[in-house]
Ligand binder design. Structure first.
Ligand code: SF4
Ligand code: SF4
Length: 203
C-alpha cells in the first residue's frame, strides 16, 4: 500500500488558484483505504472547491488511479471530463503521474505521498519497505530494517534503544527488538550471525 496523506485544503486551493473547470479523480485502492481519495473525500473536495468558487465539472473513482489505461477508457465512463480544463488527482504520486501521461490537461495532486506501508488488523503501518530493489527481508524475519529502522541498520541494533523503544522515535518499538523476537519465534536466531558488508548494505 502506498501511504499518502491529504494536503491542507488551503494548499490545494493555492495550487488551483489560476485554474477552473476541474475534474476530480479519486482512487479506490490505497487512497480510499486511507480515507484520502475515496468517494466521501472526493465529494467533500468537490463541495469545498465549489464553495471556494471553483467549477467542478465531474469526478470519478477508478479502481486504481495508477492503473488508468487510457484517456478513452476514462472518457467512456466519465464523459464530463471533456469539459475539464484541469484535473485534480486524489491519490499517490504514481496515480498523478499515470493520469498526467494520459490527459492533455494540467494535473494537480491533492495528496502527499509518504512511504510504502500496509494495513494489518485494522492498523495502518506507514513504513515497511524502502523499495531498495534487492530484497533481503527474509534474513530479518520479514521485518525490514532498511524500511523500518531510522538508521537503516542491517547489523543492528544501534545500542540506543531504551526499554525496547527506538532512540530516534521513542513512540515506536526498536525494529531490532521486533526482528529478534520474530526470529526467536520461528527458531531462526542463527540468521543474526550474518554480518552484512558495506556492499551488501548499500547493494
Ligand atoms: S530489503 Fe527491505 S527495503 Fe529492500 S525490498 Fe526488501 S523489504 Fe523492501
Ligand atoms: S533504536 Fe532500534 S530502530 Fe531505532 S535507530 Fe536504533 S536500531 Fe534502529
Amino acid at each position: 500500500m502506498i501511504i499518502s496523506s491529504a494536503k491542507p485544503f488551503e494548499e490545494v486551493l493555492e495550487l488551483l488558484k489560476d485554474e477552473d473547470d476541474i475534474f476530480i479523480i479519486g482512487c479506490s485502492a490505497c487512497a480510499a483505504k486511507l480515507h484520502v481519495g475515496g468517494e466521501p473525500e472526493v465529494l467533500n473536495m468537490r463541495q469545498r472547491l465549489e464553495e471556494a468558487g471553483k467549477h467542478v465539472v465531474g469526478w470519478c473513482i477508478p479502481s486504481a488511479a495508477c492503473s488508468v489505461a487510457s484517456f478513452d477508457s476514462l472518457m467512456e465512463k466519465n464523459p464530463a471530463i471533456k469539459d475539464a480544463k484541469t484535473v485534480l488527482v486524489m491519490a499517490c504520486g504514481s496515480g498523478v503521474s499515470i493520469v498526467s501521461q494520459i490527459v492533455e490537461l494540467a494535473v494537480y495532486p491533492s495528496n502527499n505521498t509518504e512511504s510504502l506501508g500496509g494495513r494489518s488488523q485494522g492498523e495502518i503501518i506507514p513504513e515497511l519497505c524502502a523499495m531498495c530493489g534487492d530484497c533481503k527481508v527474509y534474513y530479518f524475519g520479514g521485518i525490514c530494517p532498511k524500511g523500518q529502522c531510522p538508521k537503516q541498520l542491517l547489523n543492528g541494533p544501534c545500542g540506543g534503544s531504551i526499554e525496547g523503544k527506538c532512540e530516534v522515535d521513542p513512540e515506536k518499538d526498536c525494529v531490532w527488538e521486533l526482528i529478534y523476537s520474530r526470529l526467536e519465534k520461528i527458531g531462526r536466531l542463527d540468521l543474526l550471525e550474518k554480518v552484512w558488508t558495506c556492499e551488501e548494505v548499500t547493494g
